[in-house]
Design a protein around this ligand. Structure first.
Ligand code: ADP
Ligand code: MG
Length: 246
C-alpha cells in the first residue's frame, strides 16, 4: 500500500471521510499555494467540519419532511400586504426558537400561511435548527396510532426532539375527543420547551367551539397563544389571483 493510501486509511478509520477521500486534492492545494504547516492543518480540519455540517443539514432537511420547496425569497409582499417583509425577517434571527416562543398564522385559505411556515422552516434548518413539519390531520392520526400501540409518550418525545414543530392547517376538520386529548399531551410537552409554528383558518374566538369547549382542549389554545407571535393574514387567495390573472 502506498504512503498516501495509508494516510487516507488513517483518516478513514478516524471517521474523517471527507479528508480521506480528498487527501490528494488537499495536498495539491497545499503545494500549489505553499501553505504553512498551520494553514494546512487548518485546511484539513475545516474541510472535514464543512463536510459534516453539510451532511447534518441534509439529514435534518430529510427528517423535516417539508412538503414542497417554498422559499421566502419567492414570497410576494405586494400581493400579501397584511404581513411585511420586515416582520418576517425579524423572525429569522430565530430568537423565537431560542426563547421557545410560538408563531401562529391565522387566515383564510390561499393567503400564504403554509408558504411562510415552510420558508421560515428552511431558514431555520440552514441556521442549524431541527424542524419537523406535520399536517394537523396527519399528526392527529400519527398520535392516535401511537396511542393505540401504547406508544404515545414515545411518539411525543420523538417530536419533542425537534426545535420547531410546524402544525399546518389546524382547525380545518373536527377531531374526536381522544384526538384532542392526544394533541393536548403533545402541546403540553412542548410548552416552554420547544417552538410550535401553527397555521390555521380559525380565529381564536372560534377555537373554543372547534374544540367543543371541553376542558381538555381549551388549555391547548392557552398554551399555544401564550408566548406567541400572532399574524392575522388577510387578502385574496393567491391561488385565485393566479387563476384570474391567466
Ligand atoms: P394557505 O396555507 O394560506 O392556504 P399557501 O401558503 O398554501 O396558502 O398558498 C397557496 C399557494 O399560493 C402556494 O402555492 C403559495 O406558494 C402561493 N402563495 C400564496 N401567497 C403567496 C405570496 N404572497 N407570494 C407568492 N406565493 C404565494
Ligand atoms: Mg396552508
Amino acid at each position: 500500500m502506498s504512503r498516501l493510501e495509508d494516510t487516507a486509511g488513517r483518516y478513514r478509520s478516524l471517521r474523517c471521510s471527507a479528508v480521506a477521500t480528498e487527501l490528494p486534492d488537499l495536498l495539491a492545494r497545499a503545494e500549489d499555494n505553499a501553505l504553512s504547516y498551520l494553514a494546512f492543518a487548518d485546511l484539513l480540519a475545516e474541510r472535514e467540519q464543512h463536510a459534516r455540517e453539510a451532511k447534518r443539514l441534509q439529514a435534518n432537511q430529510r427528517k423535516a419532511r417539508l412538503p414542497g420547496d417554498k422559499r421566502l425569497e419567492a414570497f410576494d409582499y405586494r400581493h400579501q400586504t397584511t404581513i411585511t417583509k420586515r416582520q418576517v425577517n425579524a423572525l429569522l434571527d430565530f430568537g423565537f426558537v431560542d426563547n421557545r416562543e410560538n408563531l401562529v398564522f391565522i387566515g383564510p385559505p390561499g393567503v400564504g400561511k403554509t408558504h411562510l411556515a415552510i420558508g421560515i422552516a428552511r431558514k431555520a434548518l440552514e441556521a442549524g435548527y431541527k424542524v419537523a413539519f406535520r399536517n394537523a390531520l396527519a399528526l392527529v392520526e400519527e398520535l392516535e396510532l401511537a396511542e393505540m400501540k401504547g406508544e404515545l409518550k414515545k411518539k411525543i418525545s420523538h417530536l419533542a426532539r425537534f426545535d420547531v414543530l410546524i402544525i399546518d392547517e389546524l382547525g380545518y376538520l373536527p377531531m374526536s375527543r381522544q384526538a384532542r386529548y392526544n394533541l393536548f399531551q403533545l402541546i403540553h410537552s412542548l410548552y416552554e420547551y420547544r417552538s410550535v409554528i401553527l397555521t390555521t383558518n380559525k380565529d381564536f374566538t372560534d377555537w373554543g367551539e372547534f374544540f367543543h369547549n371541553d376542558n381538555v382542549a381549551v388549555p391547548i389554545i392557552d398554551r399555544v397563544i401564550h408566548h406567541s407571535h400572532i399574524f392575522m393574514l388577510g387578502g385574496e387567495s393567491y391561488r385565485l389571483k393566479q387563476k384570474t390573472a391567466g
